[in-house]
Ligand binder design. Structure first.
Ligand code: ARG
Length: 536
C-alpha cells in the first residue's frame, strides 16, 4: 500500500496495491526462511516463515550457545554512569532504582559485545565536605577516629549540618576547610579519605547483595580536568559572565548552566562537563549513558547541549558519539507518597533486601522445603527469589513512570512477577529432569520439530529474543525485555498445557523446545540481574 501511494497516477502498469503485492511475491527469490506468501486485505503481503527454518535456528542456538544470538550494536565502548550515591548521605531507593536499571542496561550492552565502563559517579566532592571534616575534627580533636565512633554516617551528616546552620563561626571554619581540602592539605585529605571509606563500605554491601559491579570514579576524580574542559568551552565562546558567576546560556532554557560559582568554586555541572570530556577523549566512549531520576533531566539536557555547541558531540541525535540520559520516576509507598518507613525518612536499602529475602524464606518453609532442602539451599533460593522480585518489580515498569513499592504484590507467585517467572523456569527444569534424558546428548542427536501450533508460537517467540534485546538496549528500556520474558512463559504454559512432553511420541523434540525456553529464560534473568533457580 505504501508503494502504491508512491506510484499512483505516475503512469504505472499496476492497477492497485494488490497487483503490486502479487508482483512482489512473484519476484521474491526462493528462500529457506519462507514457507509461503499471500496477499491479504487491501494490499498486505503476508509471509509465512518456514517451520523447518524456525526449528533449525533454535536448534543451532542450542548447540552453539545463546551468545550467537547477541545483537550487534553500532558502538564498541560505552560508559554507564549509574547508582552514584552521595557520600555521607543515605543511599535511598532512588539510588536503588538507578543501580538496578543501570546494571541491566550495562548487562544488555555487555551481552551485545560492547565494552562497558560501569561508573559509579559518587558525590565525594563539594562544599559539604568542609562541614563534615570540620565536625570530625571537633568530635575527635586528637584524631582518634574510628568507624564505630562515627557510627551512622547519615546521623553524622545531620549533626554537622545542624552545627553548620546554627553556628556562624563553625560555618566559617567549614568554608575554610573546603579550601584546605581542595588545596590538598594532608590533614584534610586524610579526614576526607576516611569519611569516603566508611560510606563506601556501606554501599558496597548493597552492591554485593545485588550482585552489581561498579567501578568508582567519583566527582573528585574529575576535579583536575575541570579547568581544561572549561578552557575548551571558553574558546568556543560558550562561557559568559553573569552576576559574578561564569555560566553557559543554552537556547530555549530560562536559566543558564552555572559552571563557576560566584565564590570561584566548581559545582555539579562543571564536574559533569569535565567527566563528559574525559569519557569522550580519554576513555574513548562512543555512548555515555546516565541513569538518574527524571528530576535531573534538565541538568543533563543542558550539559549535552553545551557539549554539542562545543563540537564534543555531534548535533544530530542519531549519530555517535552520543550521550543519553535515562530518567526514571519515583518509588512510591502505599500512601501514594514518596516511599518512606515509619522510623526513618528514607528506607534503608539493606533492610529492604533483608525483608524480601526473609518473606521468601517464610513461604518456602511453609511449603515444606525445610525438610527437603539444606539450610544453604533454602537461603540461596530465598535470596534469588527475594532480590529478584525487588529488581523485577522495578524493571518491569516503563522506567519514566512512578511505581508503588509493595512486597505482597512483588512476591506474589501469580501474575507478572519474578516469583512466577522463576518458578516457571524451575518447572521447565524439572520436566527435563523427570524425563531422565541427557539433554546435552539430545541436542546433538535429536531433531526439533514444531508441528503443533502452540509449539510454533513458542518457537517464533524464542526466535524474537535477539530483536528484543536490541530494541531494549537501543531504546534503553529494560521493561521491553521483561514483557518479552513474561510472554515467553505464557507461551510456554500454553504449549505445556496442550502438548504432552514426557512419554509422548514427540518427546525428544519437545524436550529440546523446553530446553531452548529454559536457556532463553535464563539469559533474560541474567540480563535483568536475577539469579535463576532450578528447583522449587
Ligand atoms: N550523585 C548524584 C545524585 O545522587 C547522581 C550522579 C549522576 N551522575 C552524574 N554524572 N551526574 O543525585
Amino acid at each position: 500500500m505504501g508503494l502504491w501511494s508512491k506510484v499512483k497516477g505516475k503512469g504505472t502498469q499496476f492497477k492497485g496495491p494488490q497487483p503490486i503485492g502479487q508482483a512482489i511475491i512473484k519476484n521474491l527469490p526462493s528462500s529457506e526462511i519462507i514457507d509461503s506468501c499471500s496477499i491479504a486485505g487491501p494490499g498486505f503481503v503476508n509471509v509465512v516463515l518456514s517451520q523447518k527454518w524456525i526449528a533449525k535456528s533454535i536448534q543451532r542456538m542450542l548447540v552453539n550457545g545463546i551468545e550467537t544470538w547477541a545483537p550487534k550494536l553500532p558502538v564498541k565502548r560505552a560508559v554507564v554512569d549509574f547508582s552514584s550515591p552521595n557520600i555521607a548521605k543515605e543511599m535511598h531507593v532512588g539510588h536503588l532504582r538507578s543501580t538496578i536499571i543501570g546494571d541491566t542496561l550495562a548487562r544488555m550492552l555487555e551481552y551485545s559485545n560492547v565494552n562497558v565502563l560501569r561508573r559509579n559517579h559518587v558525590g565525594d566532592w563539594g562544599t559539604q565536605f568542609g562541614m563534615l571534616i570540620e565536625y570530625l575534627f571537633e568530635m575527635f580533636p586528637n584524631g582518634q577516629v574510628n568507624d564505630q565512633a562515627i557510627g551512622d554516617l547519615e546521623a553524622f551528616y545531620k549533626a554537622s549540618k545542624q552545627r553548620f546552620d546554627s553556628d556562624p563561626a563553625f560555618k566559617e571554619r567549614a568554608q575554610q576547610a573546603v579550601v584546605s581540602l581542595q588545596g590538598g592539605e594532608e590533614r584534610y585529605r586524610t579526614a576526607w579519605t576516611h569519611i569516603c571509606e566508611i560510606s563506601r563500605r556501606g554501599y558496597e554491601r548493597v552492591y554485593e547483595r545485588l550482585g552489581v559491579e561498579l567501578e568508582e570514579k567519583g566527582e573528585s576524580f574529575y576535579n583536575p580536568y575541570i579547568p581544561g574542559a572549561l578552557e575548551l568551552l571558553s574558546k568556543h565562546g560558550l562561557i559568559e559572565e553573569s552576576e559574578g558567576a561564569r555560566v553557559i546560556f543554552i537556547e530555549g532554557k530560562n536559566i543558564p548552566l552555572i559552571v563557576v560559582k560566584r565564590d570561584g568554586g566548581y559545582n555539579y555541572a562543571s564536574t559533569d562537563l569535565a567527566a563528559l570530556w574525559y569519557r569522550l577523549n580519554e576513555e574513548k566512549a562512543e555512548w555515555i549513558i546516565y541513569v538518574t531520576d527524571v528530576g535531573q533531566r534538565e541538568h543533563f539536557e543542558m550539559v549535552f547541549m553545551a557539549a554539542k555547541r562545543a563540537g564534543w558531540l555531534p548535533a544530530e541525535d542519531n549519530k555517535y558519539p552520543k550521550a543519553s540520559h535515562v530518567g526514571f520516576g519515583l518509588v512510591l509507598g502505599e500512601d501514594g507518597k514518596r516511599f518512606r518507613t515509619r522510623s526513618t525518612e528514607t528506607v534503608k536499602l539493606v533492610d529492604l533486601l533483608d525483608e524480601a529475602k526473609s518473606r521468601c524464606k517464610t513461604v518456602l518453609i511453609e511449603r515444606g522445603k525445610a525438610d527437603e532442602w539444606t539450610e544453604e539451599e533454602l537461603d540461596r533460593t530465598a535470596e534469588a527469589v527475594g532480590y529478584g522480585a525487588v529488581k523485577y518489580a522495578d524493571l518491569k515498569n516503563n522506567r519514566t513512570t512512578n511505581y508503588t513499592f509493595n512486597f505482597d504484590q512483588m512476591l506474589n507467585d501469580k501474575g507478572n512477577t519474578a516469583v512466577y517467572l522463576l518458578y516457571a523456569h524451575a518447572r521447565i527444569c524439572s520436566i527435563i529432569r523427570r524425563s531422565g534424558k541427557d539433554i546435552e546428548e539430545l541436542k546433538k542427536v535429536g531433531t526439533l520439530e514444531l508441528a503443533h501450533s502452540d509449539e510454533r508460537v513458542l518457537g517464533l517467540h524464542l526466535l524474537q529474543f535477539a530483536e528484543i534485546v536490541e530494541e531494549a538496549s537501543t531504546n534503553l528500556l529494560p521493561n521491553v525485555l521483561c514483557e518479552y520474558l513474561y510472554n515467553l512463559s505464557e507461551d510456554f504454559t500454553r504449549f505445556y498445557t496442550n502438548c504432552q512432553v514426557v512419554g509422548s511420541a514427540e518427546e525428544t523434540s519437545r524436550l529440546l523446545l523446553c530446553e531452548a525456553t529454559a536457556v532463553v529464560m535464563r539469559k533474560c534473568f541474567h540480563l535483568l540481574g536475577i539469579t535463576p533457580v532450578y528447583k522449587i
